[in-house]
Design a protein around this ligand. Structure first.
Ligand SMILES: [Fe+2]
Length: 235
């Protein structure tokens, strides 16, 4: 499996607090069958300088993790991106593509938890596409306006990430049924923040997906992410 959305980098956001926690998360992820894990720390960008500051903080977090990694045999391969908060016209920033998953044109974005999608969403996504960037909407399952997104962005190049936890509850599976009836490119990821309250749950979710959606389980947990991440650079 590939996990495209996670918060295992130490001391940068509300994910792993230190390198010990990072490594525990990664070992758990590997033991569940994840072989490539992308760190996507939260990034709130309100000026070009914020991008530089974020990249610097992320670099420090990567170095901290690497200096504590003595053995890589029991963790997934690692790469990095960002989870960009969509509360501004992010197209106006020259270097926004630097927040894409390393070596790819995939940009993970999350919306504010409002009642409706921004009226500018189509325009901004169109602009991102024009720049060659393909957005991945983080945890599409979280938004009350998810059907608005799925309908409005028709025709644009957009991928949709769903949190693995949705497979593990009845209400989550009802929601999944609603989402998956739209024919889109979906990727299941953990969005793990720690090893307890928001832990990796990819194995349990994959097992459920295999029984409920056997024809697409492999696409949801591996193939679709693999397509998006073609050319990804590791760290
Ligand atoms: Fe996240």
């Amino acid at each position: 499996m590939i996990d495209l959305h996670s918060h295992f980098l130490p001391d940068i956001d509300d994910g792993a607090k230190n390198a010990v926690q990072s490594i525990a998360m990664l070992k758990e992820s590997f033991s569940q069958g994840v072989r490539l894990c992308i760190a996507t720390p939260h990034a709130t960008i309100h000026c070009n300088n914020d991008i530089e500051e974020f990249l610097l903080a992320r670099k420090r977090a990567i170095e901290l993790l690497k200096s504590n990694l003595t053995n890589r045999n029991d963790i997934p391969k690692l790469s990095v991106g960002a989870e960009v908060y969509w509360d501004n016209n992010i197209n106006q920033y020259e270097n926004i593509e630097r927040l894409c998953i390393y070596g790819t044109n995939a940009l993970l974005v999350e919306f504010p938890l409002s009642r409706h999608i921004s009226k500018y969403a189509e325009e901004w996504f169109y602009e991102l596409n024009r720049k060659g960037i393909i957005p991945v909407i983080a945890h599409i399952d979280r938004y009350v306006f998810l059907e608005e997104i799925l309908e409005k962005l028709e025709g644009l190049k957009v991928n949709y990430q769903i949190n693995a936890s949705k497979f593990l509850s009845i209400s989550g599976r009802i929601l999944l049924r609603k989402i998956l009836k739209y024919d889109k490119n979906y990727i299941i990821s953990s969005d793990m923040h720690n090893t307890s309250t928001r832990a990796c749950n990819m194995a349990a979710a994959y097992k459920k997906a295999k029984s409920k959606y056997p024809h697409i389980a492999e696409d949801l947990f591996l193939n679709n992410a693999k397509n998006i991440l073609r050319g990804v650079n590791l760290f």
